[in-house]
Design a protein around this ligand. Structure first.
Ligand code: ADP
Length: 315
């Protein structure tokens, strides 16, 4: 049967840069709620159709089945080339809303550990299945009704969206992007996601964006990274000076020592700071992989991660 005829569309849940999202339920079972993400397909995709690469990516995602990854149940098109993703419905907001709601929401280092553990399990699962996320950030971590978090928005929408429309306001943020991408690395891998996870970790602790470049551009991002971590040099990152986008610095900030990090992140203890520093290592070869992150002593050190039912929720 036609996939789209299996659902009854309800109210709009929200709208984003690339998509409108609706609540819907199964015709066969009205208690089964889903979210239908209707992607505003750009002119290029309209004319040439949706690329095989993107469709292959979707097929991949449909097979990723993990408790901390949003479930993609189905994909269908309406009209000419409109694309609809049928997703698990997660109406409890996202991690960014909790981080930003400083007047109503408080959380503990044990809560941070619990959220980060779920994020790292999701990230490792993706990498073990040869999928990179590439856009991990707090607003892509949706909260389920049991309190767990689920990694969403696999850059799918972006590959179909109109390249000219997307730059209006509410642009794609580069705050979570690793240095190797600013230096235009030819080959990159799972370590790009680990950097983004490190940024989320730091943001959860400080309740502020780690690298909030403003104005938000690549030059200011590299400046912020140098200022907060240290300047990339041949010493700390062999080969960096030969990368395409590398600019020889006029001033070299030495790598920040552990005490510097402790001053800002002591809430997660020495072990937490040790892990954070290793997730935000400049050289992607030295940076921990998601698998290595999961083996770090932080997870078994005190305090134990909070239970799902004890995690804070939207007020
Ligand atoms: P875009 O990819 O265009 O930025 P988003 O994924 O941010 O779109 O979705 C826009 C809005 O729709 C979100 O802010 C959220 O309110 C809502 N939304 C998205 N996905 C879901 C979902 N699975 N369940 C419930 N609401 C969702």
């Amino acid at each position: 049967a036609q996939e789209r005829q299996k659902y009854i569309k309800g109210r709009k849940l929200g709208s984003g840069q690339y998509a409108d999202v609706y609540s819907a339920h199964l015709v066969s079972d009205p208690t089964q709620l889903v979210a239908i993400k209707k992607i505003k397909v750009g002119a290029e995709a309209k004319e040439f159709g949706i690329s095989y690469d993107s469709l292959r990516e979707i097929k991949f995602l449909q097979e990723l089945d993990h408790p901390n990854i949003i479930k993609l149940y189905a994909v269908f098109s309406t009209k000419s080339q409109n694309l609809n993703l049928v997703l698990e419905q997660l109406p409890q907001g996202d991690l960014l809303k909790l981080i930003q709601d400083t007047s109503n929401i408080t959380y503990t280092p044990a809560d941070i550990k619990s959220w980060m553990l779920m994020l790292m399990r999701a990230t490792h699962f993706c990498h073990a299945n040869y999928v990179l996320h590439r856009d991990i950030k707090p607003n892509n971590l949706l909260i389920a009704s049991d309190g767990s978090i689920k990694l969403a928005d696999f850059g799918l929408a972006r590959s179909f969206a109109d390249p000219f429309q997307k730059m209006t306001y509410n642009t794609v943020t580069i705050w979570y992007r690793p240095p190797e991408l600013f230096f235009q690395a030819q080959y990159y891998g799972g370590k790009v996601d680990v950097w983004s996870c490190g940024c989320v970790f730091a943001e959860l602790v400080a309740r502020d964006v780690m690298f909030r470049a403003w104005p938000e551009n690549e030059i200011n991002m590299v400046k912020m990274i140098c200022d907060k971590i240290g300047t990339p040099t041949e010493d700390n990152w062999p080969g960096v000076s030969k990368m395409k986008g590398y600019v020889t610095p006029t001033e070299v900030v030495p790598l920040r020592p552990k005490e510097h990090w402790m001053a800002q992140f002591r809430a997660v203890g020495e072990t937490g700071v040790d892990l954070l520093m290793k997730m935000l290592l400049l050289d992607p070869r030295k940076r921990l992989s998601a698998e290595e992150v999961l083996k770090h002593p932080f997870w078994t050190a005190e305090p134990r991660p909070s239970r799902l039912e004890d995690l804070p929720r939207k007020g």
